[in-house]
Ligand binder design. Sequence first.
Ligand code: 4AD
Ligand code: MG
Length: 476
Amino acid sequence: MSYTVSQLLTQDITFQPIEIKGWVRGFRSKRFIALNDGSTINNIQCVVDFENTDETTLKRITTGAAIHIKGELVESQGKGQTVEIQVTSIEILGDSDPDEYPIQPKKHTLEFLRENAHLRTRTNTFSAVMRLRSSLSFAVHKYFNENGFYYMHTPIITASDAEGAGETFRVSALDAKNPPLDDDGNVDHKKDFFGKETNLTVSGQLEAETYAMSLGKVYTFGPTFRAENSNTSRHLSEFWMIEPEVAFMDLAGNMDLAEDFMKSILAYVLEHNREDLEFLDKRLLDEEKTKPQAQRSEMSLIEKIKFVVDNNFKRVSYTEAIDILKNSKPNKKKKFNYIIEEWGADLQSEHERFLVEKHFKCPVILFDYPANIKAFYMRLNEDGKTVRAMDILFPGIGEMVGGSQREERLDVLKEKMKALDISEEELWWYLDLRKYGTAVHSGFGLGFERLVMFATGMGNIRDVIPYPRTPQNAEF
Ligand code: 4AD
Ligand code: MG
């Protein structure tokens, strides 16, 4: 019978004829094959009867080759594993070239592996990261499903720019070299595929709001696209966002939901991805050892995840945060690149990181931001100058979540759109929600890759998505 490595290592099936297929991770002393098939971080040791195996086959057992093994699972005689396979036959399914195969059995840099992203999941680090990514997405759907949310597929191609930052990728079927022009000599988008200018979505929120205002509790989980030219370890041009949207829920409810949601999915991987987490925990520890003492983390990866699951997020208003920052050492000593001088300043990641890493030392929910540094759709507070926005900041990551209570009052929303020059005509359907049965509602967006970074301890967002898209890079 055919098994996976994971099954062989966890089920009680010794002394039975078994079959397995996988890739050779290493072969030593013409006798011991370390075989992996992606089902677990662990390899299974296959012991070859080299006296009865022909020399050509032995030569073809090289790192990276795909093989089919038949044999018997027995208790291991050697150290380091409980069971091993006594091989009775080996079939080489696909040869590898031991001299050219990029994934040699040694330590590679993350940069090198990024250039070989099509093969990097054959390493322990990347297979563990991607198994965790898969598990986290399952936990996302599980959480919402168990809590009465409907999964909604929002469009990828849209005519709106929800965040209003103008960082969209255009979608067009016009001949780029010779586009049709209107009477004024501008590109005539009426002649384009959709009869108007369209772009890839930056967020599914606006459409999710329409469904929240009928189905009650919904969420989206899909790709979003931003043409911002930020070449940082936390930005992708294509990333996956989870966006729940809930009718009759205010900002406090939104914070409760976000916190419960994040704790629940992190708890899920603590329970279900133990071996991968233990591997990544060790990897991070080794990486930390290369850093100067002062920069090392006080907690291991698993401890950090447990800490988040077991402790309350700190809730702090923007106004309180500004006071803390104004009086902080790096601000007074002018160590920040952007000195906080007065209320109203936009927070840079250096400020966010100071708050979570140095001051509070835990996840922080900042809320009630100044209206003019936030998006048009956020609910204006009674003070007339702040909005019911919230950002959730995580140690080592910075902003993980951005959300808000939405402006449900038609007149206030219209005024805001006018001030920001957002077309009422384009968003007529969004305004309709405020005309017909409007109500308090809220939601948030969680950048999935940033969560995967936190859960895996990887320091660069390019290493937690299979094929990262960043400025000047769309390989694979
Ligand atoms: O704060 P943002 O821009 O919020 C929205 O898009 C809202 N419409 C969400 C909502 O209320 N439904 O983005 C949400 C999150 C950020 O907190 C961050 O985690 C992530 O998306 N994010 C990115 N992740 C990777 N690369 C980028 N370029 C990102 N931009 C935002
Ligand atoms: Mg944001």
